[in-house]
Design a protein around this ligand. Structure first.
Ligand code: PLP
Length: 388
């Protein structure tokens, strides 16, 4: 059975050109970029070339890119690094209730250190209101952190408006752009962001490598101390093969981005329409059009997302659910709850995230298989029985 992979928001397959570009840096060109001899300098040149490509993709200067071990580290660095560096000015941070755990947990950690955090609500489509951000600002606010697009429901936030507010009030602005860099246009100057987190494995690059964009002049306290790599801002020998892979993935994304957006939007919308035609009592989560071109998130009444996933997996279809299995309980996603979904609907959610290789035939197969699965699960559902 050929697998149909529809979980590109979780991770993407590494592009063959990326693998090919990385390969020499595991073997012949294995040097340490900090060494002055030619083997080291060759590795350093490769790192700098990758940095240029990533900077180019987001409209930044190369010196403003700091490599990290992934999106999570980039986010931790942005939030904690700015909080520590600005604590003489204030201790207040503004974020939203639908951020990735990397943001929420960094904020919770800072709260335990005495910082104050405002978690702004979102509307039922997942949008944060820039006016609410304005109202939440105090003379102690040092950082605003709002994600560019949500990883679960795909809603794209009004980043340009938020950037303007932050700039006007002279407050640092960070955005978690892990789901958008390489997929939709991202430009740090248009967004007026000071910090932007990204991750290679979401754009057909390798896992375990990411980067933080830090606008020149931004005060940030490093939390990896050691050698002076990354201009003293992130110590540790550079992961050269992964950095080269990230650079190549960024270069490919720059080339593909227009085509990806153009082809995915009609595929996504046709798929959503197909789901609504074939399945009763189904709801679209997230914003109807201000959403990622590859994101389809639905809640299906009277079924559990986890059961849907397992049944789809048996048919060779890979998707994701908004409910994460934690210990023995099925915890509904904090994002869906923040959108105001009742627990039952949050538990019955299913996310399909399309990719560059997704075809209409693959989606047609899902449209053929899923209604059958829903009918079967509903026929044995205690959720449905309790309603009748
Ligand atoms: N932020 C968002 C929106 C994400 O979707 C993810 C990954 O799922 C991360 C951050 C974390 O990135 P990484 O897996 O590179 O640590």
């Amino acid at each position: 059975m050929k697998r149909i992979y529809l979980d590109h928001a979780a991770t993407t397959p590494t592009h063959p050109e990326v693998v090919e570009a990385m390969f020499p840096y595991f073997s012949d060109a294995f040097g340490n970029p900090s060494n002055p001899y030619s083997l080291g300098q060759e590795a350093k040149a490769a790192v700098e070339e990758a940095r240029d490509k990533i900077a180019h993709l987001i409209g930044a200067q190369s010196e403003e890119i700091i490599f990290t071990s992934g999106g999570t580290e980039a986010i931790n660095f942005a939030i904690k690094g700015v909080a520590y560096a600005s604590q003489h000015k204030g201790n207040h941070i503004i974020t939203t209730s639908i951020e990735h755990h990397a943001v929420l947990e960094s904020c919770k950690f800072l709260e335990r250190q005495g910082f104050k955090v405002t978690y702004l609500p979102v509307d039922k489509s997942g949008l944060v209101d820039p006016e609410e951000i304005k109202k939440a600002i105090t003379n102690k606010t040092i950082l605003i952190s709002v994600m560019h697009a949500n990883n679960e429901v795909g809603t794209i936030e009004p980043i340009v408006e938020i950037g303007k507010i932050a700039k006007e009030k002279e407050i640092y602005f960070h955005t978690d752009a892990v789901q958008t860099v390489g997929h939709i246009p991202v430009n740090v100057n248009e967004f007026e962001v000071d910090l932007l987190a990204m991750s290679a494995h979401k754009l057909y690059g390798p896992k375990g490598i990411g980067a933080l964009y830090v606008r020149q002049g931004t005060r940030i306290t490093p939390f990896m101390h050691g050698g002076g790599q990354e201009r003293g801002r992130r110590a540790s020998t550079e992961n050269v093969p992964a950095i080269v892979g990230f650079g190549t993935a960024a270069e490919i994304a720059q080339r593909e981005i227009g085509r990806e957006v153009e082809s995915l939007i009609p595929l996504r919308d046709k798929f959503i329409q197909g789901l609504f035609e074939r399945i009763a009592q189904i709801h679209l989560n997230g914003h109807p059009w201000q959403r990622l071109p590859n994101n389809v998130n639905v809640s299906i009444e009277f079924v559990e997302g986890e059961s849907l996933l397992i049944s789809l997996d048996l048919e060779g279809i890979v998707a994701s659910s908004g409910s994460a299995c934690s210990s023995d309980a099925l915890e509904p996603s904090h994002v869906l709850l923040a959108l105001g979904l009742p627990g039952e609907l949050a538990r019955g959610s299913l996310r399909f995230s399309l990719g560059r290789g997704t075809t209409e035939e693959e989606l047609d197969r899902v449209l053929e298989v899923l209604p059958r699965i829903v009918t079967r699960l509903r026929s044995i559902s205690p959720l449905l029985k309790s309603k009748t």
